[in-house]
Design a protein around this ligand. Structure first.
Ligand code: SF4
Length: 450
């Protein structure tokens, strides 16, 4: 049962010093109760109180890590149901499924293809997070040899489908030990094997998926496993029919966050099962929207994964934190001292639209992205962040005057009104460019192509 704000308040030092952020201990207690603060923020809380408050201070969904180093996937740790309530913390992990009946060459070929599926969009890199190796053969020898190939050639996180081998605990233990250093997610403990699976996961410090049909059965099984002292868990509510699976995932999220129901306070995994690739992508997009922490798909084609990863970015990009590029001179193409200079803002979408169109024009040019805290041209202008003063100051400090032998600046057409004052402050001649980035190629060719 979750503690109330008043229960928590009784354990706090009651100095009302405000060092934790809110002005009083009571306000801090209320934030802790709603999962919006961390107990670490109070420097005066005693060890006894910390212990007593551990369950209230813990996030409603546990943070679980799969993989290690650069390949680690952090999942869980969410505190809200909807992004607009605060923010989402970890994007759904996307895993591609391969199986142990594939030949070594076929496995290596598919792994190579998955590794090549890395996309650049507005300065962000999109790729899948990992690979799930299914046991289709049911033979631990075949699985082990497929795993050797995967382990040596795949660089990101792994999910191992090894629950079916729990009856051969000794062999399974050896297999897990060999790959434990990359901290794979072991899939899955169920009612029949949970003691063996929990022991192996715990001894090798690997996260463990827990599988049961129906939320009551799942919560019961989680309690048995946590009773054995292991909490690095990922939940599989098991029902594969799309609407039932979505209902389970939604209930788990609501029970964990609204009711602080600890047995379901873990990240979740869902499987896109359809044999039709298009339907499979639809399933995966639904699971990303509601509320899978990890989704597993068989798709490895660019035309399937790029939309899926773009959809994920749409859901998990926090609109309160606009994505920005670094505010520094950017050279597009083989620039020279004569190359034109364009000014824009450092909002990623704006900057990359301009950069793409300058590239398309095939006229080498410099772009100056003024720091507008990640806002677009008109928004920044309206807020006074993209003004004659800020642009002029950036021209002086960024070093562009040492790179070109002219003083001509292309200004976005939407803020043509700044021309006169900008010319006066900077000493540069202002050329009013197109209002939309799409007009840049024709404008560049007409004005600057030799
Ligand atoms: Fe109270 Fe601790 Fe916050 Fe100070 S820092 S107001 S003592 S909770």
């Amino acid at each position: 049962m979750a503690l109330t704000g008043l229960d928590i308040y009784k354990q706090l030092p009651k100095k009302n010093c405000g060092e934790c952020g809110p002005p009083t201990c009571l306000a801090f207690a209320m934030q802790l109760a709603s999962g919006k603060a961390s107990l670490d923020a109070c420097p005066y809380v005693t060890e006894e109180a910390k212990e007593a408050l551990a369950s209230a201070a813990a996030p409603p969904i546990k943070l679980v890590k799969i993989g290690t180093g650069d390949a680690v996937l952090e999942t869980g740790d969410e505190t809200v149901i909807f992004r607009h309530d605060k923010t989402f913390v970890h994007p759904t992990g996307v895993f591609v499924e391969l199986d142990d009946t594939l030949s070594k060459d076929d496995l290596e070929g598919r792994i190579g293809k998955i590794k090549d599926l890395v996309f650049e969009r507005v300065g962000q890199q999109y790729r899948v997070d990992g690979l799930m190796l299914r046991s289709k053969s049911g033979d631990i020898g075949a699985y082990r040899s497929a795993l050797d190939t995967v382990y040596t050639s795949f660089p990101w996180a792994l999910i191992l489908d090894v629950g079916g081998f729990a009856s051969d605990a000794g062999t399974l233990e050896t297999l897990v030990k060999e790959v434990a250093s990359v901290r794979p997610l072991l899939y899955a403990a169920d009612e029949s094997n949970y003691e063996v699976m929990t022991r192996i996961a715990k001894e090798n410090d690997c996260p463990l998926a827990v599988k049961a049909e129906g939320l009551d059965a799942l919560a019961d099984l989680v309690q048995k496993i946590t009773g054995l002292g292991y909490k690095e868990l990922v939940l599989d509510p098991s029902r594969r029919d799309l609407s039932a699976a979505l209902a389970d995932l939604t209930q788990i999220r609501r029970l964990a966050i609204k009711k602080k129901f600890r047995p379901l306070g873990y990240p979740t995994i869902a499987f896109a099962k359809s044999d039709d690739p298009k339907e499979q992508m639809i399933e995966a997009t639904m699971y990303i929207g509601k509320f899978a922490s990890i989704v597993v798909t068989k798709a490895i084609e660019r035309h399937d994964l790029l939309p899926l990863l773009t959809w994920r970015a749409n859901i998990f990009t926090d609109p309160q934190k606009p994505i920005q590029v670094e505010s520094k001179i950017s050279a597009v193409g083989n620039v020279t001292e004569e190359s034109p200079v364009l000014v824009t803002t450092n909002f990623s979408l704006t900057y990359y639209s301009v950069e793409g169109e300058v590239e398309a024009s095939k006229v080498p040019a410099y772009i100056l992205p003024v720091n507008t805290e990640g806002t677009s041209v008109l928004t920044a202008w309206a807020a006074g962040k993209f003004s004659a003063e800020t642009i002029s100051a950036f021209i002086k400090e960024c070093g562009i005057e040492q790179k070109v032998n002219h003083r001509n600046l292309v200004l976005p057409g939407h803020v043509a009104v700044l021309s006169g004052k900008l010319q006066e402050l900077s000493g540069w001649k202002v050329i009013v460019g197109p209002k939309e980035a799409s007009g840049i190629p024709a404008f560049m060719k007409a004005k600057f192509a030799s």
